[in-house]
Design a protein around this ligand. Structure first.
Ligand SMILES: Cc1ncc(COP(=O)(O)O)c(C=O)c1O
Length: 391
């Protein structure tokens, strides 16, 4: 490339030299727990479709029926003419599911995080953000214009001290409930204690919690018994719910406020009705089939056990279906993921800037459709690669 954009080629070369270039591939779902990667059938240990609902025939049928009556695109912002009966049905279902007064939809989970934090916090306020929070929460904090305070991962003492020194108008603690690259859970009761001590509001992103944690699948806030103490609960439809879109649940006034102010849902076309219908069907399955969630956790426990028996170290604190194996160098993560792919296992190779330097990793995710034999085969294959031994 030449001219004003010549620097792009240099930057891409630099990324390649550091093992950080991200190439594209085609992945096509090919049935329960498996997919085709560039034409090769493999077991899927890389998706966030934890309950295997993206291809469930009932979810697909709900989308297909809604496409017949409502068409494909929503045609306008929800505030203009894009909000259909399917949007209000889904918002009602989400509010009921989360035992909240009301819910509001966003085009994606990313949009929900960015739009919500930026709408609630502003100049004169301060947001306190865990260092390992998802990029969308970080971007929302930055965009908000509030003072942006990052605290070390799970550093409750540091957070408490920083809040006690803060004199901003409104205070927010913003956290993932499940840290997406580490698989560990935020200590929500402790964070709520700190928030209450300092008059801060809790904003919690349950992207990887919804459907996966809690007896009813309402997430880590349910599991840890703090649902009433979290003012703003953000979720996504794109992971355990198997579709696409983001949402916020909470008090009616909060939802009305976001409807009026959250720019990522005001200035974006509404979710397609078919996706709302599909998500409603998926929520019903999540309510009625807790065995999927139980199976997922049983599989995760068994996989962790097998890795432990093979002396393979899993990221400390990880629990549930996200199982990271730290490999440090980005080249190692890419090489090992490539070897596993050649052996029929798709796993994520996660590198900076998604994770801090020196902590590149395999990110293995489980889904309830995988047979026991699949996790045993993967554990054994990782064991044979002798990539990282526990000490
Ligand atoms: C913790 C977390 N929050 C938010 C998002 C964004 O959700 P979505 O993919 O629906 O935009 C993700 C997805 O990558 C995530 O991992």
């Amino acid at each position: 490339m030449s001219g004003h954009l010549a620097w792009i080629s240099d930057e891409l070369q630099q990324r390649s030299a550091q093992g950080l270039f991200r190439s594209r591939r085609e992945v096509r779902p090919s049935g329960a727990g498996s997919c085709m990667v560039d034409g090769q059938e493999v077991l899927d240990f890389a998706s966030n479709d934890y309950l295997n609902l993206a291809q469930d025939t009932r979810v697909v049928a709900a989308a297909t029926d809604a496409i017949r009556t409502h068409g494909v695109g929503a045609r306008a912002s929800p505030l203009v003419s894009g909000r259909t009966d399917w949007h209000s049905i889904l918002e009602r279902h989400l509010a009921d599911f989360e035992c909240s007064e009301a819910a509001i939809l966003f085009p994606t989970g990313m949009a929900a995080n960015v739009g919500t934090v930026a709408a609630l916090a502003g100049s004169g306020d301060a947001v306190f953000c865990d260092r390992f929070n998802h990029a969308s929460l970080v971007d929302g904090c930055r965009l908000s214009g509030a003072k942006f305070r990052v605290y070390r991962h799970d550093d409750l003492g540091g957070l408490d001290k920083a809040l006690s020194r803060e004199s901003a108008r409104r205070l927010y603690i913003v956290t993932d409930s499940v840290f997406s690259m580490d698989g560990d859970l935020a200590p929500l009761p402790d964070l709520c204690d700190i928030a209450e001590r300092h008059g801060a509001a809790m904003i919690v992103d349950e992207a990887h919690g919804t459907g996966v944690f809690g007896i009813h699948g309402r997430g880590v806030a349910e599991l840890q018994g703090v649902e009433d103490r979290v003012a703003v609960r953000i979720g996504t439809l794109s992971k355990a719910i198997g579709t696409l879109g983001g949402f916020v649940t909470g008090r009616q006034a909060l939802i009305d406020f976001l409807w009026n102010t959250a720019r990522t849902q005001i200035y974006s076309t509404a979710l397609p009705s078919a996706l709302c219908a599909a998500a409603s069907a998926a929520l019903k399955i999540i309510r009625e089939e807790p065995a999927r969630r139980e199976r997922l956790h049983q599989l995760a426990a068994s996989f962790r056990n097998q890795l432990r028996n093979l002396d393979i170290a899993v990221a400390e604190g990880s629990t549930g279906p996200i199982i990271p194996i730290l490999l440090e160098a980005p080249e190692t993560a890419v090489r090992v993921a490539g070897q596993l792919l050649a052996n029929g296992f798709l796993v994520g190779a996660i590198r900076p800037p998604t994770v801090p330097r020196g902590t590149s990793r395999l990110r293995i995710t489980l889904n309830s459709a995988l047979p026991d034999s699949a996790v045993t085969e993967l554990a054994n294959r990782i064991g044979e690669l002798t990539i990282h031994r526990a000490v």
